[in-house]
Design a binder for this molecule. Structure first.
Ligand SMILES: N[C@@H](CCC(=O)N[C@@H](CS)C(=O)NCC(=O)O)C(=O)O
Length: 280
């Protein structure tokens, strides 16, 4: 693992690392924020943050304004990239922003040529936590959060691994990807035409399948002025799925807020406080 850069911030440290991934078969870069309390005698809980379309590890770290609260609470934050990268990694032939590079959708692709590198589900749910827990002073108290495509990723990874994560939160998630244009395009490309195979990565489906006694609390926040709300995000479907099985999910709508990091930075402290209740 190679240290790419480091910055002291809010009393803690922001560091970027590059490493070879066994799952994505390419070099991956991730960022970690370690609060000042973190040391080998006192491992800290860790929040994994999954970003949205077009992002890499830097967007959240530079724009969310999470460091002060994370340092006060003593929570580490890990932000991976949103797709494999490199010259031999297949991209969308049309070079669109919503498929291929920067748009891995946190699934394990089965369709060539994407299946070789686009194994983002295994990368974020298995390989990255194991690497983080091996090399940094973090405990096994994990939470997961994300935005948009990363909100979908956080919901899916958390719902599929309820014994590994203590809490889940999402800003403006793609809540029902099997039924929106972004999700249909990505799942067709990565998983193929058989839509029954898409259910494994659909938060609404996973909520309905969730087992009593294994239900990790979920917080979702959504801006009402989000330009993607009606066509792509559909949080009301998520709420209906949660109600149907009495799942502990709270959705809060926020008038005036859009899809951007201006929205995330306005409520990130509330998300960190929510996770702190479950991982501290
Ligand atoms: N580029 C797309 C939108 C992409 C987009 O909104 N990306 C969000 C996540 S879905 C983001 O976080 N962008 C990076 C940033 O704001 O730093 C468009 O113009 O319609």
């Amino acid at each position: 693992m190679e240290l790419v850069s480091e910055n002291k911030v809010a009393g803690g440290w922001h560091r970027r690392y590059r490493h070879r991934s066994q799952h994505t078969h390419c070099d991956m870069t991730f960022a970690i924020f370690l609060p000042e309390q973190a040391n080998s005698d006192q491992p800290v809980p860790v929040l994994y943050w999954l970003s949205g379309l077009t992002c890499n590890d830097e967007n959240f770290m530079q724009k969310a304004g999470a460091f002060k609260r994370a340092n006060e609470l003593g929570i580490a934050i890990v932000a991976p990239d949103t797709s494999p990268r490199g010259e031999d990694v297949a991209d969308d032939p049309d070079k669109s922003y919503d498929f291929g590079l920067g748009a891995g959708f946190y699934v394990n692709a089965t369709q060539p040529p994407y299946d070789k590198h686009y194994q983002m589900y295994s990368y974020v749910s298995e390989e990255l936590p194991a690497l983080i827990e091996q090399h940094f002073p973090v405990s096994e108290k994990r939470a997961i959060a994300g935005h948009s495509m990363g909100g979908h990723g956080a919901l899916v990874v958390g719902l599929k691994n309820p014994t590994r994560y203590h809490s889940i939160s999402a800003f403006s998630p793609i809540a029902n990807p099997i039924d929106c244009p972004w999700g249909k395009k990505a799942f067709t490309g990565y998983l193929g035409e058989d839509q029954t195979l898409w259910h494994a990565y659909d938060a609404c489906h996973l909520l309905r399948q969730s087992q009593e006694g294994l239900r990790v609390p979920i917080r979702v926040d959504q801006g009402e002025a989000d330009q993607f709300l009606v066509e792509q995000l559909m949080p009301e479907t998520l709420v209906q799925a949660a109600k149907a099985v009495d799942y502990p999910l709270i959705l809060t709508m926020h008038p005036g807020y859009d899809h951007s990091y201006f929205f995330i930075s306005s409520f990130i402290d509330a998300h960190l406080d929510f996770h702190a209740q479950h991982i501290k």
